[in-house]
Each structure stands twice: as C-alpha cells, then as structure tokens.
Design a protein around this ligand. Sequence first.
Ligand SMILES: [Zn+2]
Length: 266
Amino acid sequence: MKCLHLLVIVLILSVPALAQKSRVLPRVLPPDRIVDLTYAFDANSVYWPTAEQFKLETDFEGMTDKGYFYSAYRYSAAEHGGTHLDSPVHFAKGRHTVDELPLEQLIGPAIVIDVGGQCASNPDYLVSVADIENWEKRNGQIRAGTIVLLRTGFGKFYPDRKKYLGTEERGAEAVAKLHFPGLDPAAARWITANRSIKAIGLDTASIDYGQSTLFESHRTLFEKNVPAFENVANLDQLPAKGFSVIALPMKIKGGSGGPLRIIAFL
Ligand SMILES: [Zn+2]
C-alpha cells in the first residue's frame, strides 16, 4: 500500500513535468534533420554583375600584448548577393522594407517544385503555371501560408559564375549575357492571384530569369508584399513537401533586402 502511495505521488508529481515537456519539446527539440539552405559569404559569393562583392577585411587577428588571442573583421557588400532576401520595396514603392517584414511571413511550412529536368536542357527556362499545377496534381493544392521553393538544379554550379550566371563578366555590359532560369511572370501572376503564399525562393541569382529586362516576376510578387529568397543552397536535399523553413534576413533599417540565413527542418 505504501508502495502504491509512493507511485501515486510520483505520478502526480510527474504530470506537470510531462505536461510542460509536451508543451515545450516540440518548440525546442532539434528536429530530425536540419538542412542549411545558406551559402557562406566570401570573396567568391555570387553577386549581380553590377553589385559590390562581399569583402571581409581584418581589423585584428592574433595574440594581443596581454597574452590572449583576439580576432575581429569588418565586411562590406551590396544587399543583393550570396544567399539573400529581396524585400518587396526592392521593386514596389511603399511595400515592405526588409526590417518591416512580419516574422510569421519568414517562417512556415514549405514545398519544393522541382524543375531540374526542364532547366538542364534550357538555361533560360521559365518556371510555368503548368509546373505549379503538376506539383499540385501529385501533392495536393498549395496551402495558404506556404513558402514555395523552386529547384532549378542550378545550385550545383554555385559559385562558378560562368555556369551559374551564364557569364563571369562584371559590369553593366555583362547583364545582357546572364542566362539562368527564373519564374515565368505569368506564373507569378497566377500564384499571387490564386494561392496565398508567404514567400518564394530559388537556387538562382534572381526570381526573374537571367534574360529578363523588365523584372515582371519581382514586380508582381512584391506588389503583393511576397518577398523572394535568391541563391538558396542545398534544395536537392529537400523533399517535395512535409518540411518547414525559417528564413531570417539581416534587419537593415529601410533596406531593400539583405543577407539571409535560411534553414529547413524536416
Ligand atoms: Zn535580390
């Protein structure tokens, strides 16, 4: 009997602990697998041909005269390069700057639409409404609040500018020589009109394809305050659905975009 009492007491004591555990665990426990969708920033990071490259300079590195090691560096770069976020104000006046983006828009369930086959034979491929519809035929309708990732397969070329961008030249004249896939403006119009997505990203340097001159997909998405993630890494490690993304850009006050740390957890 005494034993039973003890058992009851132990059970009673452990109930709040269990309840607390079940509330807290799903939020803090490491998920089964975390995939880093971010390229490290260095001198080879891919930037637009006209943009300032990432630069890291040493302020101090080594032993101090007080006998301890110390290192500190300073960096500079354009907002749009490496793995980064385009904020809506990048192409739409009055829309969200990067610091204004609601956090809930940058965190959520995500999907991958794989167009690697189409892009392998055509570097100017435009991800179409049909590609989105085909994904939905296999996986069901894209749910409200989804973060959409487009896998063109070009990520495997990063940071080889010749293969990834179509040219390794820099400067204004290089822009016309860019060849990489992007989102068809018609698909940008379709998805903003028919689905309620939080954000969209891809494994190329721009949500509009390399040959774009009017950046219509940017303009359509950003008009609706849907941000874009560009130069996203490791999309080949993700399934078509059933995972979540956290994509937190540097919070530059009034910025049109910025370096992005983006991860997926499966
Ligand atoms: Zn950008």
